[in-house]
Write a new protein. Structure first.
Ligand SMILES: *Cc1c(COP(=O)(O)O)cnc(C)c1O
Length: 468
């Protein structure tokens, strides 16, 4: 039911007088509406019930386990929401004078320092608003760095196990994408790579751990090969919850990378809210980082715009500040040892599920799993839908593309053993159903208001507008 269908002509919230908006008279006639907007006419109670009931039809991390691989749908501590909503932080304005923004500057500087330490890099920009935005920023940095040396080069190498946004970012930055296949262990083959790298290659863009949940064991060798030809190593670090506190990309030859604060660092992912994709770089790339940069002097913090080699702004103002506050609160609450334990728990949970499920489902790659594991099954889509009947959100279906029938499962560090056992039991029981009662699975879900939908029609002929 749409809220428009609840609408009844003239229905109002009685406690609200019409035209009560203060300052309405200050709006010049030219800018005022001449007709009423087409809004639903409902009472306050109608509106509250409508949205509350809608929210109860949804899956969410607050109600159910959400093992959506590659997305890190973990539970984020509520206390970090409270910190981000601290009055002085919530109402701050980016045009506020520097003298009144010193606390906010200190938060940004401290977060940059913390992320540099976690990644083993030298400098960080907090501006990019998402992971893919960080990728684009990163490849523009690669271009600026190489141009300063006289030749921007032409190609960026992207393994077939990379996240789908990687080739898109490469194209948007004006480079050609060159694919390199991974081997049967789901890893980049250093020898095949060595044959591809020439003086036209600007960089490799490597997701690590990659989308198979596998750590690129030859990453040091990969970096050596690229560097020997004057090319750079960009790491997609969206999966940093598999590494933080254990392994630092800066230590194994990565020149620049992005992080997804809305995966690893305490902002909920997938809620449609703002995200953040900071980019961390080695010192040689620092002069090119987006404008402005924070500067500290005896008079305090201020913005430095005097940076002639910068790629310029990539976003209005300085990043999604609330997300940055949550990230710093999360990092400080955990400390180094806590971050490390969170990472170890993420790895333990993924490997525990893998062991429980391996007797029942075919694992896609025989390499150690990091924070997620990928199985394959011909009925991967139907099994995912059937999981809904068991009270779980589906895993990621048919991604990564290099695994036919992929079932990509990421439990994250925040789930308990009890929950993982229930989830494994559900998948094992569905594997039996597929054999004994395939109809039950292929027509799932049965417990939802809307049952199996025609996905092709939904994609090709979506009904996006309600008409009276
Ligand atoms: C999620 C993800 C991205 C994209 O991040 P967005 O914030 O959705 O743009 C890129 N790479 C990997 C490996 C990811 O998991």
């Amino acid at each position: 039911m749409l809220i428009f269908e609840l609408s009844r002509k003239g229905r109002r919230n009685p406690s609200q007088a019409p035209h009560a908006a203060p300052g309405l008279n200050a709006i010049p006639d030219d800018y005022r509406r001449t007709s009423r907007p087409l809004l639903p006419e409902v009472s306050e109670l109608d509106a509250v019930r409508h949205y509350t009931n809608l929210s109860r039809k949804n899956f969410s991390i607050d109600t159910q386990f959400y093992p959506l691989g590659s997305c890190t749908m973990k539970y984020n501590p509520r206390v970090n929401e409270a910190v981000a909503r601290t009055e002085g932080l919530m109402w701050i304005h980016p045009y506020q004078p520097d003298a009144l923004s010193q606390g906010a500057f200190a938060i940004l500087a401290e977060l940059e320092r913390a992320l540099a330490e976690i990644t083993g890099m030298d400098a960080v920009t907090l501006q990019p608003a998402a992971g893919a935005h960080g990728e684009l920023t990163g490849i523009l940095l690669v271009r600026a760095f190489l141009e300063a040396q006289g030749n921007a080069r032409k190609k960026v190498i992207v393994p077939d196990s990379a996240h789908g946004t990687n080739p898109a970012s490469v194209r948007m930055a004006g480079y050609e994408v060159v694919n390199v296949a991974s081997n049967d262990r789901g890893m980049l083959d250093a020898e095949a790579l060595a044959r591809m790298v020439d003086e036209d290659v600007a960089a490799i863009m490597i997701t690590n751990p990659n989308t198979l949940g596998v750590f690129e064991e030859h990453i040091t060798e990969v970096a050596r090969i690229l560097h020997s030809k004057g090319a750079l190593v960009y790491m997609d670090g969206a999966n940093m919850n598999a590494l933080a506190g254990i392994s630092r990309p800066g230590d194994y030859g990565v020149d620049l990378m992005h992080l997804n604060l809305h995966k690893t660092f305490s902002t909920p992912h997938g809620g449609g809210g703002p995200g953040s994709g900071p980019v961390a770089v080695k010192r040689s790339l620092e002069p090119f980082l987006p404008l402005p940069r924070l500067r500290h002097a005896s008079s305090g913090w201020s913005w430095n715009y005097d940076r002639p080699q910068s790629i310029g702004r990539v976003r209005a103002f300085y990043g999604n500040f609330g997300v940055l506050v949550r990230a710093l609160a999360y990092i400080m609450a955990h400390g180094g040892e806590g971050m490390r334990r969170a990472t170890l728990d993420a790895l333990l949970n993924a490997n525990y599920l893998r062991k429980l499920l391996e007797p029942h489902y075919e694992i896609a790659y025989h390499a150690p799993s990091m924070h997620e594991c990928v199985f394959r099954h011909a009925s991967n889509g139907a099994i995912a839908k059937r999981l809904i009947d068991y009270g779980f959100h589906p895993y990621t279906v048919s991604f990564p593309l290099i695994v036919h029938g992929a079932m990509m499962i990421e439990p994250t560090e925040t789930e308990s053993k009890q929950e993982l056992d229930l989830f494994a039991d559900a998948l094992i029981s569905i594997a039996e159903e597929v054999k004994e009662n395939p109809e039950l699975v292929s027509t799932a879900p049965h417990s939802t208001r809307t049952t199996k939908v025609d996905e092709v029609a939904a994609a090709r002929k979506p009904i996006l507008k309600w008409s009276r």
